[in-house]
Design a protein around this ligand. Structure first.
Ligand SMILES: Cc1ncc(COP(=O)(O)O)c(C=O)c1O
Length: 392
């Protein structure tokens, strides 16, 4: 028999969708992928070149558990350059993606039965990291009329004796919402005296639109936050499995012990590659791509709205639109299934991200070209026309 927690781990619907989409493609169909949560662009050439150099230089061994010093220093400098925030390099912990960071923080903060506050909708794997250490995830429903923003009052109402912290992503998956500076400051001011941890998942930082909000990293407003980041999204390095955390000083030593035991070291070659990710030639490529995402976002938002979808929040970051599909008269799971099977457009139903009103929402990712987005919109229009009789 296997452990009970395994029963709680739901398969990612998006992975099942992706598999079905691949099957359709193998039958010769052209599927438009609006379900995928990774940039369609390849890793920028200067990063790949640095990896080649690293390989030639023999970067094939374990490294320091917390990451190579050069990369920890480079990441610290990135905060100084982009946000004017001074971060001591020894507060930077390099991890195997933000995923490893999330596991390390769950293990650091939660005893069995301790609670971690999460958002609903939110990144689905967060719950699993909490369960793995026998913690209890507590979901706070976000409301479309509040632009999918959390309020201090909601956090305080959910805060109990066993609560150890709050995990927020900004910008968020799947809504594209960024936590406004004043809200973040107020949350930090409430959580600090309660001895809790404010965990900020900034994996989509850099991928922001319309000016990018009122701060670059939550560290500007709450230096004691536990900040997660990754090379996956803005830096286009999903498959390299590399991320980092910036921790309060006192958390560094226990996290180092955990990281040594759980992972030994982050991937060596990926760290050599990532050293090039912050250099001006790579950053220019990342900025070009950010602009491409912004154009795609505008096009997809306008197209969906013209087809009657309500978009409670125009994303201020990440690469997702969380759209209300109520006008179709269908539930999100059924809508996504039929859209893929009959019109070859893949999108992710809200059920992947939470339970609150999830049948009403679909996540459309703009991780594909503008031409593909135009094709998807044509197909969705056709679907709505054809289904007109049975839906609405
Ligand atoms: C909000 C959020 N956090 C964390 C992750 C994990 O990313 P990675 O482990 O690739 O850094 C993802 C991936 O989609 C995400 O959307």
């Amino acid at each position: 028999m296997y452990a009970q927690r395994i029963q709680r781990v739901a398969p990612f619907r998006v992975v099942e969708l992706l598999e079905r989409a691949k099957e359709l493609e193998s039958q010769g169909r052209r599927v438009v992928h609006l379900e995928v949560g990774e940039p369609d662009f390849p890793t920028a050439a200067p990063i790949v070149a640095a990896a080649h150099r690293g390989l030639d230089a023999g970067a094939t061994k374990y490294t320091q558990a917390m990451g190579i010093p050069a990369l920890r220093e480079r990441i610290a400098r990135y905060y100084a350059d982009t946000a004017g925030v001074r971060v001591a390099p020894d507060r930077v912990v390099v991890t195997a993606g933000a995923s490893a960071g999330l596991l390390l923080l769950s293990a650091l903060l939660l005893d069995p039965g301790d609670e971690l506050l999460l958002t609903d909708p939110g990144y689905p794997c967060n719950e699993v990291f909490v369960w793995l250490v026998n913690g209890v995830p507590v979901r706070i429903p976000l409301r479309p009329e509040n632009g999918f923003q959390i309020s201090t009052a909601e956090v305080l109402a959910a805060w109990g004796e066993r609560t150890r912290g709050l995990l927020l992503a900004s910008p968020a998956n799947p809504t594209g919402a960024s936590v406004p500076g004043p809200v973040l400051t107020a949350l930090a001011n409430e959580i600090r005296p309660r001895g809790g941890a404010l965990i900020l998942d900034e994996i989509y930082q850099g991928l922001t639109y319309g000016g990018g909000g009122d701060y670059r990293t939550g560290l500007e407003l709450a230096d004691d936050a536990y900040v997660l980041n990754s090379f996956s999204k803005y830096f286009g390095m999903t498959g390299w499995r590399l991320g980092w955390m910036v921790l309060p000083e006192r958390a560094v030593e226990p996290v180092a012990r955990l990281a040594q035991n759980l992972f030994i070291s982050p991937p060596s070659l990926s760290q050599q590659a990532a050293l090039a990710a912050f250099e001006p030639d790579a950053m220019a490529i990342h900025e070009e791509r950010r602009q491409a995402f912004e154009r795609r976002m505008a096009r997809l938002c306008a197209g969906l709205e013209a087809l009657g979808f309500q978009i409670p929040l125009r994303p201020s970051g990440a690469f997702y639109i969380y759209a209300d599909i109520a006008h179709t008269g269908m539930g999100a799971v059924e809508f996504c299934r039929r859209l893929l099977e009959e019109y070859y457009v893949a999108a992710t139903p809200g059920a992947d991200f939470g339970v609150a009103d999830c049948e009403r929402y679909v996540r459309f990712a703009f991780t594909t070209s503008e031409d593909a987005i135009a094709l998807a919109l044509d197909r969705i229009a056709e679907a709505l026309r054809a289904w007109g009789g049975s839906c609405g």
